[in-house]
Write a protein of this length. Structure first.
Length: 104
């Protein structure tokens, strides 16, 4: 069953533009690493249009097991620790129970 990793993040210091840039670079690098992992499907880092200190990480995987294996990797764990230094977050793993994809 398809698994989703979702994490809502808020910068601890929203006025610090360097922290925002650092966060975006760190998560983008983690996404590049994840792309090379078995079971990876897609990844998005999005920023709120109305509250630019708020972000959402969204990653789709073949199943929960491959997702949990990927996020247990030392590379991911070290980047996640850095993200926690910069933000307040709420990471969660979900299983897809319904979907409506757009036609090609």
């Amino acid at each position: 069953m398809t698994a989703i990793f979702a994490n809502t993040l808020t910068l601890k210091d929203p006025e610090n533009q360097e922290a925002a840039k650092d966060l975006e670079e760190t998560i983008t690098e983690a996404g590049a690493f994840m792309r090379r992992q078995p079971g990876f499907r897609n990844f998005r880092l999005v920023r709120s249009a109305k509250n630019p200190e708020s972000y959402l990480i969204y990653a789709e995987w073949d199943d929960v097991q491959v997702l949990e294996t990927a996020i247990a990797q030392p590379d991911v764990r070290s980047r996640a620790a850095h993200v926690r230094e910069l933000t307040h977050g709420a990471p969660k793993i979900y299983e897809v129970v319904s979907a409506a994809d757009l036609p090609a």
